[in-house]
Design a protein around this ligand. Structure first.
Ligand code: SF4
Length: 240
């Protein structure tokens, strides 16, 4: 696990530690699935999910994080994002809310007319400036299959804060059908709406098998069924 609140050169203009940026792709998950998007992947996470598909952002036991990432000035990141024509800029991770520089970055992108979607694990409160800017929140609370202690992955006051936001949607990656009861309990306790459920998986076969198992029970519970479109198209390729 890495925590990256501290820029080693705080007197410089705001900077972000980035694992990768890529474009010419689509949003692969959640309500915007299939829409053209560019991605900015932040380094660092405050959780350690067993099935994490981006461990290169945080797992220093398996990856050289210094080699996997680089520091970017907010202005340069914004320039990169705005050079493209993608209507959606996804700011993801790791956990992007660990880095304060995401606030001026997202503000700049929204000012320029882009839709900004944050992918967050729902454990860190949404910054007021980002709410005011009108970003969208794809909040993905982690379930028991992530093998992270519940008190770390479920932060009640933070889930309540997200549930109160008009632009938040709740997206769950499911490893077993038994986790659907966990989602239902969270939905009831915190008033999560809308709920999107997708299979966890990094192969086409795993995603398809998961979808077939999930479809009926998810629909029966009144939720939305989501896929992992980038896996369906490109497999588990970085930069897509
Ligand atoms: Fe990986 Fe997301 Fe879990 Fe962090 S919260 S460890 S990025 S799956």
């Amino acid at each position: 696990m890495t925590t990256l609140r501290t820029d080693p050169h705080p007197k410089r203009p705001p900077r972000l530690r980035i694992t990768e940026m890529f474009r010419d792709t689509v949003q692969g998950e959640g309500p915007s699935t299939g829409r053209r998007a560019a991605f900015i992947r932040c380094c660092g996470c405050n959780l350690t999910c067993g099935w994490c598909d981006t461990p290169e952002t945080w797992d220093s036991s398996r990856f050289d994080l210094a080699a996997e990432s680089s520091w970017w000035a907010v202005d340069d990141l914004a320039e990169w994002a705005l050079e493209g024509t993608e209507p959606i800029i996804v700011i993801t991770g790791g956990e992007p809310l660990l880095q304060p520089g995401v606030v001026p970055l997202a503000e700049r992108l929204v000012e320029d007319g882009r839709e900004v979607e944050f992918e967050t694990n729902g454990t860190l409160a949404p910054p007021r400036r980002l709410v005011d800017a009108g970003v969208y929140w794809n909040v993905s609370p982690k379930l028991s299959g992530a093998h992270v202690a519940k008190e770390r992955r479920i932060v009640p006051e933070t889930l309540r804060a997200f549930a109160a936001l008009e632009r938040a949607r709740f997206k769950f990656a499911v490893t077993a059908l038994t986790e659907l009861d966990e989602i239902a309990a969270l939905e009831t306790e915190f008033g999560l709406d809308p709920v999107w459920v997708m299979p966890e998986g990094t192969t086409r076969e795993a995603v398809r098998t998961g979808l077939q198992k999930l479809a009926q029970p998810v629909i029966a519970r009144g939720w939305n069924l989501g896929t992992r479109l980038h896996i369906e198209i490109w497999g588990n390729r970085r930069g897509k």
